[in-house]
Design a protein around this ligand. Structure first.
Ligand SMILES: Nc1ncnc2c1ncn2[C@@H]1O[C@H](COP(=O)(O)OP(=O)(O)OP(=O)(O)O)[C@@H](O)[C@H]1O
Ligand SMILES: [Mg+2]
Length: 242
């Protein structure tokens, strides 16, 4: 898909529960606070998530598959939140292909600076369709062997598809590597073979703000780390701060 209009950023991981939805939502909210127009597409088919994280569950009437199928117009399916606009995920299995995803994003891409796709766990059909329409794949992993192996699989597929790929290490805790099976940063980078774009610390305040659907608190360490990720993606040289 040609890069025209919005930059399409995919949050993916292979393994579930590593923080894709949390970090993609924080990423979107920070971009909105910086003045960008951002659309989030909840790609977690059957397990809709982002409407809760963005506190708009009661406003969801349609999902993005309704737009693809022509059941609703593009504007009516889009949900306004305090930050990004949202396209909710379908709540049942749908027949999704790269062509359909491309058709969907073409409808919206001129109106936004960023379209953020929050992928479900796994590297199946939905992942393939999301990857096909993305410009940049952010591979989220926690620093442990199980997640790193899955991240490597997702990264290899993204790389083979010719996408820009970057690694986002989440829930990092200093000093824990020697005590258990957690890996250090170099081990994660070596095992995935992906260029690091940021390290997000374990942060309870991020969990609380996401649960409450609050706006991001710029004073928390995880949000500061995400802000540095955005700066690096925009070409600024920002040293790693752990
Ligand atoms: N930096 C962090 N510090 C502490 N907790 C975190 C952090 N990032 C995510 N979490 C927590 O990890 C859990 C999983 O997060 P999230 O739902 O974002 O993962 P996911 O990768 O989207 O999961 P799924 O694969 O099921 O979609 C949540 O309870 C979330 O609050
Ligand atoms: Mg998720």
């Amino acid at each position: 898909m040609s890069t025209f209009g919005a930059k399409k950023v995919l949050f993916t991981s292979g393994k579930g529960g590593v923080g894709k939805s949390t970090l993609s939502t924080a990423f979107a909210k920070i971009l909105c606070a910086e003045g960008y127009n951002v659309l989030m597409v909840d790609c977690d088919v059957c397990l809709r998530t982002l409407d809760i994280m963005l506190s708009v569950s009661s406003l969801v009437l349609y999902d993005w598959y309704d737009v693809i199928e022509g059941n609703v117009d593009a504007r009516s399916a889009m949900i306004t939140t305090g930050g990004p606009k949202l396209l909710a995920a379908p709540t049942c299995e749908v027949d999704i292909t790269a062509e359909k995803m491309e058709k969907l994003l073409r409808i919206y891409e001129r109106d936004f600076d960023y379209i953020i796709l929050d992928c479900p766990a796994g590297v199946g059909e939905v992942f393939d369709a999301c990857l096909a329409v993305s410009d940049l794949a952010l591979i989220v992993t926690t620093p442990d062997n199980v997640c790193v192996r899955s991240a490597s699989v997702a990264a290899a597929k993204a790389d083979a598809a010719g996408k820009e790929v970057r690694l986002l290490i989440n829930r990092f805790q200093k000093g824990i590597t020697s005590s258990g099976r957690a890996l250090n940063l170099d081990e994660v980078i070596d095992a995935t073979g992906v260029q690091l774009i940021g390290v997000i610390p374990e942060d309870k305040s991020l969990v609380v703000s996401m649960l409450n659907g609050e706006l991001v608190d710029p004073n928390t360490k995880s949000i500061k780390a995400m802000e540095r990720v955005i700066k690096r993606l925009n070409g600024e040289y920002i040293p790693l701060k752990i």
